[in-house]
Write a protein that binds this ligand. Sequence first.
Ligand code: ATP
Ligand code: MN
Length: 136
Amino acid sequence: MKILLPIDGSEYSKKAALVALRIAKKHSAHIVLLHVIASSGQERKKWMEEGAEKLLQVYKESMINDGLDEGSLTTIIEGGDPADQIIETAEIKGVERIIMGTHGKTGLKKLAGSVTEKVLRNSKVLVLGVPPNYEI
Ligand code: ATP
Ligand code: MN
């Protein structure tokens, strides 16, 4: 089984990562870790790339520390609209499930963040939204 785990660095995506890790270990699944550099037209700057790489590295290391096999993890950086890239990556990589936070950097103002909402609306792949109060 392959799981797509889109992360934005928020505490909510951290929680989603813990859920994905638990499921991956239990089912010997492969995790595709994705960060999208949200860009509306403008070019991807070097500092954005470096920030994205650092973010993915932090998640990767902590998952390996928590017992995930290094070979069971792929990291991907994309640019563009986060929801569109999440959906496209899920299809290209042939994942069975997307695990993501219901919220992100903006916090709890809405019922769900706009990225989650758009993925739910358009994805053909199952989405597991991790609620903010889930205790893991
Ligand atoms: P909004 O962005 O609409 O102001 P928000 O930041 O609270 O609201 P979302 O952006 O929808 O909420 O974030 C929900 C989840 O979507 C995150 O927990 C994360 O899993 C995923 N996500 C959000 N942005 C990105 C991104 N740039 N790259 C990868 N995953 C992302
Ligand atoms: Mn957001």
